[in-house]
Ligand binder design. Structure first.
Ligand code: COI
Length: 343
């Protein structure tokens, strides 16, 4: 493969958007479930049958990960085995053959190493890694596609929200649900995100950063925002909705819980959180690979707004964020063995 030179990238102006990198990884599989050996190809468009399962029936899943340039002057991943496992459970839910964990991680390593010069300098951002697994064979009746593609592309990125780490202004929606009980909310299937676009558009049009979804069965409990998990802190207890099938098992969610429990010695509860308790929280934040830990400063429901911690990042949120970023950037010890060095 011809090796393209690094494009001119302004590392100081990175946002959460695509900057084309050098290469991407691709592998194929027939319905028999045996993945062929993958390879690196130049980053760019791919050709698909118009009858591809993913295009017609949304048979696809994805993951989100990041590679960092760390304080030890090496490139590291963060808990890649968690993404590999979640990719497998998501795939199973939509009848996509599972990619073995070793193959998944090996593919990530290959593509990051080939694009290593696209990992931003320390403190300027990270290399976002987007593995996707799609049904790409042609299918007309509603059925699993006859063949599949596992593809990984990467892009240098900056902060997810335009405001960076400023407090988010969120609105609880009673108009839409993200996930039905026993539906696909607990999996990273692509259709979940298509369904969140219109609520997100309405939230943005009315001056909010994102919508908060409620549980579909009775709209009494908070669930998540379209792109991240939610946490509330009250009287030093950290709470987040339990993984009851409609909540995405976020890697950052799990990491925030472990940091709070093991390093900050906080009480941690995974439970249903009623709206009224949520609005009385001392601190609220959302978590995700893309958003990291981002504080929430204002929440609106039925046109009534509540400020959280006077619209400022709270001390516990700040601590969890600092510890998480400190571990990810190897600026502090990694007591959980989360770091996966590549160089
Ligand atoms: C991530 O946090 O990586 C995600 O997958 C969220 C994404 C929809 C931006």
């Amino acid at each position: 493969m011809k090796r393209e030179k690094l494009q001119n990238i302004n590392w100081d102006k990175l946002t959460f958007s695509i900057t084309p990198a050098r290469s991407m990884y691709i592998a194929h599989c027939e319905l028999n479930g045996k993945w062929e050996e993958g390879k690196l190809i130049p980053y760019g468009d791919i050709s698909l049958s118009p009858a591809a399962g993913v295009l017609n029936y949304g048979q696809g899943i994805f993951e989100g990960m990041k590679a960092y340039r760390s304080a030890k002057d090496r490139i590291v991943l963060f808990r890649p085995e968690k993404n590999a496992i979640r990719a497998s459970t998501s795939a199973e839910r939509v009848c996509i053959p599972k990619v073995p964990k070793e193959m998944f991680i090996d593919a990530i390593v290959k593509v990051v190493k080939d694009n290593i010069d696209y990992v931003p300098p320390r403190g300027k951002g990270s290399l976002y890694i987007r593995p996707v697994i799609w049904g790409t064979g042609p299918v007309l009746g509603v059925a699993p596609a006859p063949s599949y593609t596992f593809l990984i592309y990467v892009s240098p990125v900056g902060p997810y929200f335009k405001s960076g780490v400023k407090c988010l202004n969120l609105r609880i929606t009673n108009q839409f649900h993200r996930a039905a009980p026993k539906g696909t909310g607990g999996h990273k299937v692509i259709g979940n995100y298509a369904a969140s676009l219109f609520p997100q558009k309405l939230a943005k049009k009315t001056g909010f950063d994102e919508a908060i979804y409620l549980n579909a069965s009775n709209e009494k409990f908070i669930e998540e925002v379209g792109s991240a998990n939610l946490f509330a802190i009250k009287d030093k207890v950290l709470m987040t909705p339990s993984l009851d099938g409609s909540i995405l098992p976020g890697v950052t969610r799990d990491s925030a819980l472990m940091i709070a429990r093991e390093l900050l010695h906080m009480e941690v509860r995974e439970k249903s959180i009623p709206i009224k308790d949520f609005l009385k929280a001392d601190e609220v934040f959302c978590s995700g690979t893309a958003v990291v830990v981002t504080p929430v400063g204002k929440i609106t429901t039925h046109n009534q707004s509540t400020k959280i911690n006077n619209n400022k990042m709270g001390p516990i949120t700040q601590k969890i964020r600092e510890i998480l970023l400190g571990i990810q950037r190897e600026e502090r010890d990694d007591p959980f063995d989360w770091i996966y060095p590549l160089t």
